[in-house]
Design a binder for this molecule. Structure first.
Ligand SMILES: Cc1ncc(COP(=O)(O)O)c(C=O)c1O
Length: 511
């Protein structure tokens, strides 16, 4: 298959605030109605406390709608993303296809206000209630909260539930959480933020820790275990049930990070593996926009014994009406304002309804097939390997290593990734620490075709060939991107090269 070179657009695009001109407007806001002024009295604005009244007009961009549209369209052309190219280099932060029809449905609830009376939002409450039901079925758990606004927040909620459960039993000595190095870093970060000591297990030659390592880690201080399975290597730990039994025998709870559920839907459930809690990322598995490109949503799922500790309120149904149930004295409390990200609930609900149970299973079967097809193609490329011998197919993703090529060509994986941008690809390396040397992690999901996968593998083969025969071409890449190269240290420490915030930019301009 021939590879296609890709040229990103280069626009000399100013910031929105530097576009437009004084007096230009995108939206004309209707004047304050006379009857409201009359009702409030002539001096109504004087009644606002002085410290709440503006002294100057806000420094907002003054710009027409059409200019705004052009601005964002131009920026989008300076980008790599799922709308333009096959984007499966995000791996553990999966980008799959988000059907626009679901977007259309999500807009239907845009006019709702979260403070409306329950009787006027029965529709969205029903969607939340039914979506919670889907997650109970998919996970095997008994109760669900959709309040968390990210996977990491759902993990934090699950950790807080574990703590509340032990506290309720006056079991205060349990201050340790066990995780594994290839679980997502939030599985260590959330318990650490919650004040737990984190014990991290490292893999054996088969890609996951031994039962002996786990047995050595548990004690009467074990509050629980929090693991991702399959983890970021795409390897499924077949001893996960025994892991759970060891933790339970020590009096701990087990939370399953199911953000890598793309290969498990309708096939394996957290409950059957013995877990007490799990969470899903709607923005990874259930086809809602991803956190870095849209508001995220996490579903926290628990057994009946842990249901009283879920974030409040949950959504109840009395046979006639849906309602927000605040009557949960043991709840860990709110983890986010209002109901959660309701637009994502509509998108995920529509996606699940469109697929049905058989369709969800098919999603996973295709995701696993695509991943293992890609794995086979990638392993034909000189210099790349997939560390860890499992003797089994990988599940949803693979963490590859360019170590051999890096050693033989003196090019790093970052230089290869820069060259990949010239072929309309980017790929995620790995979380830190880089246990897999010169890492690159790919997850093709169910969204991409054989043609996409063949093209992706062909581009990787081309880059490897260039690395061996034209290393300077790779070292100097990217050649076709709007930004040439960001040398982290040089740029990040130099405020003349870039700024992170609007205030920073104003400060920089005024210096
Ligand atoms: C396995 C896993 N767990 C947790 C998370 C954290 O989710 P979020 O980025 O929504 O906080 C991710 C993110 O991609 C993940 O891949």
């Amino acid at each position: 298959m021939s590879t296609r070179q890709f040229h990103q657009a280069r626009w000399n695009e100013p910031l929105l605030c530097d576009l437009g001109s004084v007096g230009e407007r995108g939206v004309l806001i209707p004047p304050f109605e006379a009857e409201n002024s009359e009702a409030l009295g002539a001096e109504w604005s004087a009644r606002l406390p002085a410290q709440m009244r503006r002294k100057n007009r806000p420094a907002l961009p003054e710009i027409s709608q059409v200019e705004i549209m052009r601005h964002y369209l131009r920026l989008s052309q300076e980008n790599l993303g799922a709308g333009l190219v096959a984007d499966f280099g995000m791996a553990t932060s999966t980008m799959k296809y988000n059907p626009p029809v679901n977007e259309h449905l999500a807009r239907k609830i845009a006019a709702l206000h979260p403070l409306q009376a329950e009787s006027t939002v029965q529709g969205i409450l029903e969607i939340i209630y039914r979506l919670e039901g889907f997650f109970k079925e998919i996970s095997g758990m008994d109760a669900v909260s959709l309040q968390p606004r990210a996977g990491s927040q759902a993990i934090y909620a699950n950790i807080a539930i574990m703590r509340a459960y032990h506290a309720k039993r006056d079991d205060f000595q349990r201050d340790e959480i066990i995780t594994t190095i290839f679980s997502h870093p939030t599985d260590a970060a959330a318990p650490s933020t919650a004040g737990f000591k984190v014990i991290t297990l490292y893999p054996e030659a088969n890609g996951y820790p031994s039962l002996e390592a786990l047995k050595a880690a548990v004690s009467e201080r074990t509050a629980g275990m929090l693991i991702t399975n399959p983890d970021d290597t795409g390897i499924y730990n077949p001893h996960v049930r025994e892991f759970v039994e060891i933790i339970h025998a020590a009096g701990g709870l087990c939370a399953y990070d199911q953000a890598n559920a793309n290969g498990l839907l309708g096939i394996a459930r957290a409950r059957e593996a013995g877990f007490d809690l799990c969470h899903f990322n709607l923005h990874k598995t259930f086809s809602t926009p991803h956190a870095s490109g849209g508001p995220a949503s996490g579903a926290s799922c628990v057994t009946a014994a842990l249901a009283p500790f879920l974030p409040a309120p949950t959504v109840g149904f009395d046979g006639k009406n849906y309602f927000l149930d605040y009557n949960q004295p043991d709840s860990i409390g709110k983890v986010g304002s209002f109901y959660g990200v309701t637009a994502n609930f509509v998108r995920a609900y529509a996606w699940i309804m469109a697929l049905g149970p058989q369709g969800l299973r098919e999603v996973s079967e295709i995701a696993v097939l695509n991943n293992n097809y890609l794995l086979k193609k990638i392993l034909e490329i000189p210099g790349v390997s997939a560390p860890f011998e499992t003797g089994h197919p990988r599940i949803d993703q693979v963490r590859y290593s360019w170590e051999k090529l890096a050693r033989e060509t003196n090019l790093s994986v970052i230089e290869l990734a820069n060259r990949a941008a010239d072929y309309a690809m980017h790929f995620f390396l790995s979380h830190h620490p880089h246990v897999v040397p010169e890492p690159a992690t790919l997850e093709p999901t169910e969204s991409y075709s054989k043609r996409d996968i063949d093209a992706y593998a062909a581009a990787w083969a081309q880059i490897a060939d260039e690395a061996y025969h034209q290393p300077e071409l790779v070292r100097e890449a990217p050649h076709n991107a709007p930004i040439h190269k960001m040398n982290g240290r040089e740029y990040l420490s130099n405020p003349q090269k870039w700024v992170l915030t609007w205030h920073g930019r104003n400060k920089w301009k005024s210096e």
